[in-house]
Design a protein around this ligand. Sequence first.
Ligand SMILES: C[S@@+](CC[C@H](N)C(=O)[O-])C[C@H]1O[C@@H](n2cnc3c(N)ncnc32)[C@H](O)[C@@H]1O
Length: 320
Amino acid sequence: MSVEPQRDLMDGAASAPQTGDAGRRREDRVRAAAARSLPHDATPPLSYDPDLERLEIELLLEAIFRHYGFDFRSYAYASIRRRLWRRIEAEGLATVSALQDRVLHEPAMMEQLLLDLSINVTAMFRDPAFYLAFRKTVVPLLRTYPFIRIWHAGCSTGEEVYSMAILLQEEGLYDRARIYATDINEVVVHRARAGIFPLDRMQEYTENYIRAGGTRSFSEYYVAKYDGALFSPSLQRNVVFSQHNLVTDRSFAEFNVILCRNVLIYFDRELQGRVQGLFHESLVHLGILCLGAKESLRLSDYETSYEELSGPDRIYRKVR
Ligand SMILES: C[S@@+](CC[C@H](N)C(=O)[O-])C[C@H]1O[C@@H](n2cnc3c(N)ncnc32)[C@H](O)[C@@H]1O
């Protein structure tokens, strides 16, 4: 993972897969980081002064932003706090300030913290009802377009991107689609590009796929390789994977569809509003916005800019 200042997606440079030694080194780092991930939540000792804790957390987030450019200052406080304490505990530290010292002086600690703070939980055909609704309500609209540009914002390790590629292939739309798949975390983007997912989740994904309206046999899309399922390279043909930060990076194209599922939930209201502004600016007129099951446009500044295509599935169409 690079903790260098982040690049613009339109540079295109970030989309090329890494091969050879550099690729292997990165893969090793991904594995090591995953092995160090923490299984439980942690909280500060009861004697910790809450005002001091808040001050230290704000200073740490400010320091991360000013030194590394990653802006977690408007993420939901309770979630950030829990994750910081997990790392503090794992490193055997006593205070948030001690973590700040490590983060500022050791880029590897920043890499680790970025993994801790960017929650990467995902699945193929997650919320199958959403994909079913997408097939029913969005696909007929997409058929009328000669070319379809799709943005998966906050794609994590790519499971939702491959799911969408499968859906579009089955609907005969893949060849006219270009999918941009981005995440703040370069480690997960690298894994997404590799297209290898744990073999032991294939049963769950097969069930999701069927409930999502899949029309073939799910096992046609991957081959077992060691303990992984390697997905067909044909699913990647029209996909560009890249790092992009929703908080600090600009819009980079106009899209017919934007999917940003289970990401806004980690942001506070003000940041949610800013990111919704970015999506509104990046969608064509009548473009489609898809959010996660616990996210909505209700009570946001953009509520009246969209109509609901499928309310329970959080599928919206931009109307103004
Ligand atoms: C819980 S995962 C959701 C993955 C997928 N969209 C899904 O619904 O299964 C949230 C993802 O948002 C990414 N993320 C968090 N902050 C982000 C930001 N500022 N810009 C881009 N991605 C971000 C995280 O790295 C993580 O991979």
